[in-house]
Design a protein around this ligand. Structure first.
Ligand code: GLY
Length: 395
């Protein structure tokens, strides 16, 4: 037994029921989805989270299922993964809704990326040419076509890109549905249980040590702790996933649900707007490198509301019903880290950055497959930790 792991056994103060086959660190949409898929196979799963279930980035996420409109040069592999996830979403949502009776708020109006000025239009048409070159189904709409679809958008706008496949889902409804589905399938959810360290023995993960020194043994551990993934001890520096928190503030306004100002998801310079079916209008999001800072700032709210008002002036009459802050788990290349680690029995499912909700179905399927010993889904093969070492060696 490795010197670092023995004390955890000796200082263990409580046994935590029968030993699960898989322990998942992190009860966000990815951890919950993986747990659900594993439990459907009859595998015993425990999910641990330092806070309430789904209270990290999943709770704040706008839920944009955007594989097309946000595609940028250098992200071709990520776009393929996102498109694969988009294809999985209808079946994933239908299965979850059927299993739990919870409406996920999946809306299929698509996304508009709005140009307010001629400069915006030039930038967007350049980006559109790149995106269409990848075969993505995006179209340019004239100002009149945009106004016909969304009459409350600012007069005089310069056009928009329409992305008909970029839908949205209510991320909090998704958390509720995944929680219910996982519990029904037999998953043990343990919120407010902080993992201090992953315990290894002879290069193999054998369990996790909780902050109260209890050991939870497991055959397999999935690290799905979002922005907190790097801070969990017990791994060498190379095995810790290079994930950092990227702060995002979101302001939620309340529209009249019977006569909403907006129906599509809209991207505009400086903000995005996401209208929920119940009339909430999410205005997001700041992108801040401030660690785990949780302040809602005047500057953040001002910037979001000013940008939102420029594209949708009618928001000035709307009530602010919520301000929230979350921490995206950003990796070095903004793509997720999915797959086995150098430590036997430890699997990564982290680093989803802006795409955790979009990638939840493929993460659930592929990581559960791996944890169940059924091999690597080719969809996630490009997203292992090894890519960082390969890039460093090539540099
Ligand atoms: N995906 C939206 C955001 O990261 O703000």
């Amino acid at each position: 037994m490795a010197a670092e792991s023995r004390p955890y056994f000796e200082s263990a103060t409580a046994e935590v029921g029968p030993s699960p086959d898989v322990v998942i660190i992190g009860a966000g949409v990815c951890g919950l989805g993986i747990a659900w898929r594993l439990a459907q196979r009859g595998i015993a799963v425990t999910v641990l989270d330092r806070g309430p279930v789904g209270a990290g980035a999943s709770r704040v996420a706008a839920g944009m299922l955007a594989a097309c409109a946000e595609a940028e040069p250098g992200e071709e592999a990520l776009v393929r993964l996102g498109r694969h996830a988009q294809a999985l979403w209808p079946g994933f949502a239908a299965e979850l809704q059927q299993t739990t009776g919870i409406d996920l708020g999946l809306r299929r109006e698509g996304t508009l990326v709005v140009a307010l000025t001629a400069d915006d239009r030039a930038r967007l048409t350049h980006q559109l040419a790149f995106q269409q070159g990848l075969g993505l189904p995006l179209d340019w709409l004239s100002p009149a076509e945009v106004q016909r679809r969304e009459p409350h958008l600012a007069a005089g706008l310069a056009g928009a890109v329409l992305s008909p496949d970029d839908h949205q889902v209510d991320s909090r409804a998704l958390v509720a549905a995944l929680t219910a589905a996982a519990e029904r399938a037999g998953v043990l959810l343990r919120p407010h249980v902080a993992v201090a360290a992953i315990v290894t023995e002879n290069g193999r993960a054998i369990g996790v040590r909780l902050s109260d020194s209890t050991l939870v043994p497991a055959k397999t551990i999935v690290l799905a702790a979002g922005a907190w993934s790097r801070g969990i001890e017990g791994l060498s520096a190379e095995a810790r996933p290079p994930v950092r928190p990227i702060k995002g503030q979101v302001v939620t306004l309340q529209m009249d649900a019977a006569a909403p100002l907006l129906n599509h998801v809209v991207w505009a310079p400086g903000c995005y707007l996401v209208p929920r079916a119940d009339g909430r209008l999410l205005v997001g999001a700041t992108v801040e490198e401030k660690g785990f800072d949780t302040a809602i700032t005047a500057g953040g709210v001002l910037a979001l509301l000013e940008a939102a008002w420029r594209v949708l002036p009618g928001i000035e009459e709307l009530a602010i019903v919520e301000t929230t802050v979350g921490h995206r788990p950003g990796s070095r290349d903004d793509a997720p880290i999915l797959g086995p680690s150098a430590v036997d029995g430890l699997i990564y499912a982290t680093g989803h950055h802006r795409n955790g909700i979009l990638l939840a179905p493929v993460t659930a399927d592929a990581v559960a497959r791996l944890a169940a010993g059924e091999g690597t889904d080719p969809a996630i093969a490009p997203f292992g930790m090894a890519r960082f070492a390969a890039k460093a060696a090539a540099a």
